[in-house]
Design a protein. Structure first.
Length: 171
């Protein structure tokens, strides 16, 4: 599409020689967007701490559920994270991502804004969004591989597709 002679721009320049169209090839590679090093441990620790702050305290958990109901949130609760069920971490992270504004409002209302200060940091939020997306892809693979009546060829296809996605994420 962008070749100098046989691509769109080459043909365009042949038909309209007086134009000022510039040939740009690969301004930004998609995989270059994913190459930045991401330290996932601080993101994981912060989300687990945030979820456990709500879920491990009975009163705070009830108040948070009531708060979500009062603001007519799409969700009525936050999912609990445990290391034993790490394969479903994507669901937990996705729920926290979708409730991030509600978390901020809840903690500000309780005058505990230090608990959610990372949810107001745009750099941390971009890491969190990337990590959430990655974990959701892992969850999708997990679900696809657990499906019934699958042949090994189907499972292998899911695995190879996921491996290609990881290569894209890793750069």
């Amino acid at each position: 599409m962008t070749r100098k002679k046989s691509g769109f721009l080459g043909l365009f320049n042949q038909n309209y020689p007086g134009n000022n169209v510039v040939l740009l090839h690969c301004v930004i590679h998609q995989d270059a967007l994913c190459k930045s090093a991401l330290n996932m441990k601080p993101v994981l620790d912060a989300v687990v701490k945030l979820v456990n702050t709500i879920r491990s305290r009975g009163l705070a958990h009830r108040q948070f559920r009531d708060f979500l109901q009062s603001v007519q949130s799409e969700y009525s609760d936050v999912l609990y994270y445990t290391k034993v069920r790490w394969l479903s971490a994507g669901c937990v992270f996705e729920r926290v991502w979708q409730l991030k504004d509600d978390f901020v409002s809840f903690f500000h209302e309780k005058q505990c804004s230090a608990e959610c200060e990372m949810l107001e940091d745009t750099e941390w939020l971009s890491d969190f969004a990337f990590f959430t997306d990655l974990l959701c892809h892992m969850n999708n693979l997990n679900v696809k591989m657990q499906g019934k009546n699958q042949f090994i060829d189907d499972i292998w296809g899911h695995f190879k597709a996921f491996k290609l996605k990881l290569n894209l994420f890793a750069g």
